[in-house]
Design a protein around this ligand. Structure first.
Ligand code: ADP
Length: 450
């Protein structure tokens, strides 16, 4: 009871008060109706008694009370008795099996079994002396049955109302319980509006439609919070990545402007500025690509090309540039694979993978690129025996701006593999990686050839 809300207490109190009021008023009503019916019947009986006396007087013959019989209503019986209580005339109903001892005091109500009667006995006086008596009997069965009906009705009304109140309370409670997620959802939404994106409904009630809605909203909030945090991290990562080359450019420019320099020293500063400018340019083009990948609406400009020839050309070009990484590149490329791809994106995908395999390699290491077609699936794999990736970092490498080595030696922004994944998925493909620290890595991209 203590845990009931005020509105429920009021509702409960109201229902109990109404039931009590009914339990008091309906029996009083029963008593009043019953009195009214009995009094009416009694008045009628007394009137009929008077009429009988009149009739018998005018006829002056107690043996012939027929005119009196005509005056009375159906359901009323009259009999005339002699002074020694022998019935002279008239008749009594069969079920009225009482002895004929009269009682002249007042109307009385004998009962036998299921019948109840109203009886009036009157003395007959003829020529100044008692000349017997008569009895008027009225059956009360119709009143009793009407009152019984009324009693049943009253009990049924009280029961039905009590039941109805109980059901209203129960269904109100159930409704309140069923709608509790709505309240929780509203409260959570209000907290989120105030800027707290970590809030969840955490509904632990029944898993009905509303319970499932609450669960779905929690999942949606998880995604929203994740995306929101990712965006926040993205902005700070971009600023961070841009700050490094800009600082280098400013420092080099200041250095060049600081006092007289030789041509070689100016050239050195300009080289730094050029390099950092190129890095920024590459970062910005990768960021543009990321932005395209991010809105999810980019439609690749597909063209059917010989990706065997294209892959071979890219590998050859990268092999030439790989000289300074001290790792060698070999390839196993199946001839004549024609596939529908966006050429620039496909090239970006291979370059990023081979670039990484060279970058994260060790002196004297190797890189193997292979391209195979198996039924309708084209598999491009890039394998190396470089530094490998730890189990802990493996699931994170596809994230934007993730770098296992955060030191300034790794100057790349950490966008390469997220672009690889986006390009593969844009072409309906999947990405897989196997790697072991200090042993090497195998990246495999599978794209349906249709
Ligand atoms: P980055 O610009 O740093 O190369 P990527 O998205 O291409 O960014 O790669 C993310 C991280 O995954 C890298 O910083 C590196 O730690 C790891 N990684 C990627 N490729 C390899 C590889 N072939 N061998 C070892 N580590 C790799």
């Amino acid at each position: 009871m203590r845990r009931l809300k005020i509105k429920w207490k009021i509702l409960l109190g109201h229902s109990i008060a109404l039931v009590l009021l009914m339990m008091l008023t309906l029996p009083v009503m029963y008593i009043l109706v019953s009195d009214h019916l009995y009094n009416g019947a009694k008045t009628l009986l007394l009137n009929e008694g008077d009429q009988v006396v009149q009739a018998l007087r005018s006829g002056d013959n107690t043996n012939e009370p027929d005119s009196a019989y005509d005056m009375i209503q159906t359901g009323t019986y009259i009999a005339v008795y002699s002074n020694d209580n022998t019935q002279i005339s008239g008749w009594m109903p069969e079920s009225f099996d009482f002895d004929s001892q009269p009682s002249f005091d007042d109307v009385y109500y004998p009962e036998n079994g299921e019948h109840r009667w109203m009886v009036l006995d009157r003395q007959l006086i003829a020529n100044g002396s008692e000349s017997g008596w008569f009895r008027v009997v009225k059956s009360l069965d119709s009143i009793t049955s009407a009152l019984n009906y009324l009693k049943t009705l009253i009990i049924v009304i009280i029961l039905v109302y009590s039941l109805f109140s109980a059901l209203a309370m129960i269904s109100g409670g159930l409704l309140n319980r069923a709608l509790s997620p709505v309240k929780q959802i509203t409260e959570t939404a209000q907290q989120i509006v105030q800027g707290d994106l970590t809030k969840r409904i955490n509904f632990d009630g029944a898993r009905d439609e509303l319970g499932m809605l609450a669960e779905t909203l929690d999942e949606m909030l998880d995604h929203l919070e994740y995306s929101f945090n990712r965006e926040k991290r993205f902005s700070s990562d971009v600023s961070h990545e841009l700050r490094t080359p800009i600082t280098a450019i400013i420092l080099s420019a200041e250095e060049a402007l600081d006092g007289d320099k030789t041509v070689d020293e100016y050239k050195e500063d300009l080289c730094v500025i050029l390099n950092e400018g190129r890095k920024m340019n590459s970062l910005i083009s990768q960021l543009l690509m990321m932005a395209r990948s991010h809105d999810g609406k980019y439609t690749p400009k597909m063209e059917s090309i010989d990706i065997s020839a294209l892959t071979k050309t890219i590998v050859e070009e990268l092999s030439e540039g790989a000289g300074n990484t001290e790792a060698s590149i070999s390839s196993d490329i199946e001839e004549g694979i024609i596939m529908s791809v966006e050429q620039t994106l496909y090239m970006r995908l291979i370059i990023n993978l081979v670039d990484n395999a060279l970058k994260y390699n060790t002196p004297g290491g190797w890189v193997k690129v292979s391209l195979l077609k198996n039924s309708n699936l084209v598999s491009l794999s890039v394998e190396d025996n470089g530094i490998g990736i730890s189990d802990e970092n493996l699931p994170k490498i596809w994230d934007r701006f993730f770098k296992a080595d955060q030191s300034s030696i790794n100057s790349s922004p950490g966008l390469g593999l997220s672009i690889v994944k986006w390009v593969a998925e844009l072409h309906g493909g999947t990405v897989h990686v196997k790697s072991e620290l200090n042993k090497g890595s195998l990246f495999e991209i599978q794209i349906p050839s249709k």
